[in-house]
Design a protein around this ligand. Structure first.
Ligand code: NAP
Length: 438
């Protein structure tokens, strides 16, 4: 039997994900060698504190605080430190040394992906990052490889488990945002500082990556319109539920064609109403899912655990085996194509349906006034529902109006809402949310 060659693997970071990657590399060494055609030798693990407690017991001699030296001698580098620096410099150094790199660092890819992709292209090495979007779910490779003979038209993703957990709690228990967030923190689904999750930034980084691969054009964070879930109230959730919808934080990338025939891509993250029968409405708790629409394949749904050390390690190992196999077999590195060159569109160009909640005076003719104003702005109403409330103290009656529109542009909708606010019968506009999947 011929001796298998050995490929040196450097691991940067041994936290939630890194520790599980190290465990699998050691425990499953024979199986990984059989699949790869080379032995994957873990030569070292770079950390900040050598004796910090770890989730997995690992040989102490593997640990080092000298990441620069570790990277120099590796065929494959796995970056699981997170953050921008020193992760960025170490990845660039690894690429320049001719190593293939696997990373799960969505923040770095969204901020400075093009520099890394270009360096990898130039050096002819593979840069893989399946773990950066939706944890364990194989989504980037299916988009890049399996659908490479098709044309993707739209991607809708629940790509942040924390916000899905919070919205799901609000939907199932009627909780306010702050209580659902506290519960997510208690159960370990949300960080002590949840800003990146609830503000939508984490999902925006993933939206940029999904859009880039789906539309063969490099998009970064600046191209993503981002709204988080901090403004979603228990009343919004209840009203949506009543109207047959569920509210999800969606990362959306879709190709749009303007009236003049020119094409562009809208990349956005915002709370979205989905009909309760939509496949993404059934994604509960901290799970993730990505719904892809392609011209020939039609609708596809990818579902699974979007975070966690062991699930995410599965995605990292998949990338590692694939990169190692390429080193063994030779041939060009597999890089994403950038032939699309479609411009990123501003949010104003988006054409979608809207849900609008209005607190109005309970007077005759109010509905007609509002309907006329919508019509004057070219926004057509699909559903209009009214509920009457009586204030127990003042005995004054008011009405809550819930409107779902047909597709309209953001600009037309914004002008309509502005005009509605000026009507004397309007007490307040309680919510304006976008609707997908109708
Ligand atoms: P983590 O638990 O915070 O672990 C980070 C590790 O990196 C620690 O071992 C830390 O060393 C080491 N490290 C940090 N800065 C370092 C430095 N300057 N020099 C040397 N070592 C350094 O992170 P994680 O949750 O495993 O996440 C790792 C990456 O995977 C991130 O990019 C994250 O976005 C991505 N990701 C994570 C998940 C998930 O579920 N956790 C899912 C998808 C993607 P010490 O242990 O000594 O402090």
């Amino acid at each position: 039997m011929t001796e298998l060659r050995t490929l040196k693997v450097a691991l940067l970071g041994c936290g939630n994900v890194g520790a599980q990657v190290a465990r699998i590399l050691i425990d499953d060494a024979d199986a990984l060698a059989a699949r790869t055609g080379a032995r994957l030798e873990l030569t070292g693990i770079a950390v900040r504190t050598i004796d910090a407690p770890r989730d997995v017991e690992l040989p102490r001699e593997l640990f080092t605080t000298d990441a620069d030296t570790l990277v120099k001698d590796a065929d494959l580098v796995i970056e699981l430190m997170g953050g921008i620096e020193p992760a960025r410099s170490l990845i660039l150094a690894a690429i320049q040394n001719g190593a293939c790199v696997v990373t799960g660092n969505k923040a770095l890819l969204a901020q400075d992906g093009p520099t890394l992709y270009e360096a990898a292209d130039k050096a002819g090495v593979q840069l893989s990052y399946e773990a950066a979007v939706a944890g364990a779910i194989p989504i980037l490779r299916p988009i890049r490889d399996s659908l490479s003979g098709d044309r993707i038209t739209r991607v809708l993703g629940i790509v942040n488990g924390t916000t899905n957990f919070i919205l799901d709690q609000m939907d199932t228990t009627g909780a306010q945002f702050s209580d659902a967030l506290a519960e997510a923190q208690r159960l370990g689904y949300a960080e002590a500082d949840p800003t990146a999750d609830v503000g939508g930034l984490d999902a925006a980084a993933k939206a940029a990556i999904l859009a880039s691969l789906s539309f063969h054009t490099r998009f970064d964070l600046e191209n993503v319109h981002c709204e988080g879930i901090t403004g979603v109230t228990a009343a919004d959730i209840a009203a949506a539920k009543d109207a047959g919808f569920v509210i999800k934080l969606l990362a959306i990338a879709e190709k749009l064609t303007a009236a003049d025939g020119s094409e562009g891509v809208s990349v956005r993250v915002h709370p979205t109403l989905l009909p309760r029968e939509h496949p993404l409405a059934a994604v509960h708790g901290a799970f993730n899912a990505v719904f892809v629409e392609a011209e020939n394949a039609g609708e596809l749904m990818f579902y699974g655990q979007g975070a966690g050390g062991t699930p995410t390690a599965s995605a990292v190992l998949g990338d590692l085996v694939s990169a190692a196999r390429r080193i063994v077999l030779g041939g060009p590195a597999q890089t994403e194509t950038t032939i699309g060159k479609v411009p990123a569109l501003p949010i104003d160009a988006v054409n979608t349906s809207y849900y609008i909640g209005l607190d109005v005076a309970d007077q005759p003719g109010v509905l007609a006034k509002i309907a006329q104003l919508f019509a004057e702005h070219g926004v057509s109403i699909e559903i209009m529902r009214q509920t009457i409330h009586r204030d127990a103290d003042s005995n004054v009656e008011s009405a809550e109006l819930r409107i779902v529109t047909h597709r309209a542009t953001e600009a037309a909708l914004a002008a309509t809402v502005q005009a509605v606010k000026g009507l004397d019968v309007i007490n307040s506009v309680t919510s304006v949310l976008r609707v997908e999947g109708v």
